[in-house]
Design a protein around this ligand. Structure first.
Ligand SMILES: Nc1ncnc2c1ncn2[C@@H]1O[C@H](COP(=O)(O)OP(=O)(O)OP(=O)(O)O)[C@@H](O)[C@H]1O
Ligand SMILES: [Mg+2]
Length: 522
């Protein structure tokens, strides 16, 4: 069968291929003149050799009959090698089906213009060639131009457009999450939104957010898919083995698994310097997740960490307010009890004693004298009691003489020897002084009560904007704020002024309370 029987209409071909076709036609038309035919063939040879385009005459048997030197230059094969192989062999496997379709068109007599496909070079690389091909009798005439550079440039432009689009989508998604956080949305709702946004921007990959507990348990708090197996929402399960979440739990860093079956990336969620949980993105496609996945997920986990830190700070603030109110009530209650059981009881009994003295005034002067002296002693005791109670209510000496004398008085009254080192600015705001006084008082009381210490070193210094107080005992150590209310109370007091209290107390190494209190507190 003559598969190339239809000729191309004049004017349909372009450039060099057009000229070649014309030459062939004129060569055929001038068969009667050998001289004219010889000139045409010479011209063809020159075109063949000079052209930087790839020129080829193919046969219906699927082999090239003629290729020009440009082929060798572009693909690395010698002309002989080219002629020995079916030309479909050189076509990149991914482009073969399209090429066969184009060959079918040519077989039906249709020209094929601007058809792009890849040819595999001798060194294994591929080059994009744009073909213009026409069928003629039992041959086809093909002119190809190497457009690899243009293709690469196009791919780069497309990639940068895709990158830009992804960036815009990512920024819009981050803005939506940030808006939720700004409106005080609960962390669980922010988690759900982050899972949904990650799925959206990461091409529908599955996403799960896990919360870790210090005892090695992990809990799924949000995901875009229905939880499976042991990962049910809210059900804790151990983070052991080689799961990607377990790797994050152990290392505190991003983890990635790329296998033949799937690709997973996990990013830690770090709240106030502590590992809170992990965001895990997974894909069942054989392609690994893109290399920027960790960074893109990290932008969301950073925002989520802010939401969680805000919520935790809010919870802590509420708890601390409740403790301050409870402590104030407690102090009033203790005061009422001390006055009732102590001074008030004594005053009542002194009143009764006065009545009985009144009754014996005329009859028993000797007994009266003795009773009056008992009453005087009793009044002295009451006075001492009241002094002791008022000292516990507020450090009166501080308001009279400032923090230095108040700390000296505390040191004098301490049951264990106190070594003082004071460098204090006389103008320390009252709230700062009161906080420092209570920290020192609690530390000295604790040292006497719990530490079995032989001495305490108390240092207080002001440094322009802050007051630094440290109280160190050489006792047993092991102070634990959870076991009482004194340490928590002074921490609340210091933090209420924007300061910090550090408790260092390893068993056997004594206890140090380090307070840093701002001097510009309201
Ligand atoms: N200097 C210390 N040395 C050793 N253990 C300490 C020291 N200070 C505190 N502790 C331990 O820490 C616990 C908590 O101390 P905290 O001051 O909060 O409560 P408390 O002294 O027991 O009671 P209160 O509420 O009356 O202060 C104490 O019960 C004690 O076990
Ligand atoms: Mg205490």
């Amino acid at each position: 069968m003559d598969i190339f029987r239809t000729r191309i209409a004049p004017g349909k071909t372009v450039g060099l291929l057009g000229r070649l076709t014309e030459l062939l036609r004129s060569t055929r038309d001038r068969k009667s003149s050998d001289h004219a035919s010889a000139v045409g063939v010479d011209d063809l040879e020159k075109f063949f050799d000079l052209s930087s385009d790839l020129l080829c005459i193919g046969g219906i048997d699927g082999f090239c009959k003629r290729v020009n030197p440009a082929f060798e230059k572009a693909l690395g094969y010698t002309s002989q090698e080219m002629l020995k192989r079916p030309f479909l062999d050189l076509v990149h496997p991914a482009d073969r089906a399209r090429t066969i379709e184009a060959l079918d068109d040519l077989a039906r007599g249709l020209p094929v213009a601007q058809f792009e496909s890849r040819l595999v070079c001798q060194d294994g690389s591929a080059r994009w060639i744009e073909w213009n091909t026409v069928p003629a009798r039992d041959s086809l005439y093909a002119a190809g131009r190497d457009v690899t550079e243009r293709r690469v440039a196009q791919q780069m432009i497309e990639a940068s457009h895709a990158e830009l689009r992804a960036l815009v989508e990512q920024q819009a998604a981050l803005r939506r999450v940030a808006t939720l956080i700004a409106h005080g949305t609960s962390p669980s709702d922010v988690c759900a939104s982050v899972a949904a946004e990650l799925t959206r921007i990461l091409d529908n990959r599955s996403t799960g957010l896990y919360c870790f507990s210090p005892d090695g348990m992990s809990m799924l708090v949000a995901s875009n898919t229905e939880p499976v197996g042991g990962s049910a929402h809210g059900a804790p399960h151990p983070v052991d083995g080689e799961s990607i979440a377990a790797r994050v739990f152990r290392s505190g860093h991003c983890a990635r698994i790329d296998s033949a079956q799937n690709s997973e990336v996990a990013v830690p969620i770090v709240v106030d310097g502590n590992l809170w949980g992990s965001a895990v993105v997974g894909s069942t496609s054989p392609d690994p997740l893109p290399p920027d996945t960790e960074a893109r997920v990290g932008d969301f986990t950073d925002l989520l960490a802010t939401a969680i830190a805000n919520a935790q700070a809010h919870t802590q603030l509420t708890a601390s307010r409740a403790r301050i109110v409870a402590a104030a009530d407690d102090a009033r209650h203790r005061l009422e009890r001390d006055l009732h059981d102590g001074a008030q009881q004594r005053l009542v009994s002194l009143g009764l004693a006065l009545r009985s003295a009144e009754a014996s005034a005329d009859t028993e002067p000797a007994a009266l004298k003795e009773q009056i002296s008992d009453i005087v002693a009793g009044l002295n005791d009451v006075s001492a009691d009241l002094r002791e109670i008022s000292r516990g209510i507020y450090p009166a000496i501080r308001s009279k003489g400032g923090l230095g004398p108040a700390l000296k008085a505390l040191a004098r009254r301490s049951a264990i020897p106190v070594d003082l080192d004071l460098h204090l600015d006389p103008r320390v705001p009252e709230s700062t002084e009161v906080a420092a006084y209570y920290v020192a008082a609690e530390a000295l009381t604790n040292a006497a009560k719990h530490a079995r210490a032989s001495g305490v070193h108390l240092q207080a210094r002001t440094s322009g904007t802050h007051l630094e107080l440290s109280v160190r005992d050489d006792g047993s150590g092991g102070a634990d704020p959870a076991k009482g209310s004194g340490l928590t109370g002074i921490r609340d007091r210091v933090e209420a002024l924007g300061g910090q209290l550090e408790i260092i107390s390893r068993a056997g190494s004594g206890t140090a309370l380090l307070a840093d209190i701002p001097m510009d507190a309201p």
